[in-house]
Ligand binder design. Sequence first.
Ligand code: SF4
Ligand code: SF4
Length: 88
Amino acid sequence: MPRVITEPCVGCKHGDCVEVCPTDCFYELDNMLVINPDDCIDCAACESECPVSAIFPDDEADQKWVKINAEADFSNIKNITSKSEITR
Ligand code: SF4
Ligand code: SF4
């Protein structure tokens, strides 16, 4: 049950979430970050770091956002391992 990122993330450049992830599973879309569900170990560390409460367990999030996270083209988008790497 991975965490997923939802609508409040659109436009956020803080990336506080990224700094605490032990498995580097954040990736950058044009206007938000997403979590690779294959890499997320569901530790929940990121959830409380997000200032706009955009991160949820996938069974508590709208399925639209679960799909946006799960179906991202992870081999062709940027893996973000530090908030300084966020370019959007
Ligand atoms: S801190 Fe929250 S809103 Fe900001 S990039 Fe991370 S998930 Fe998105
Ligand atoms: S729940 Fe843990 S492993 Fe999953 S994205 Fe958040 S910090 Fe990373």
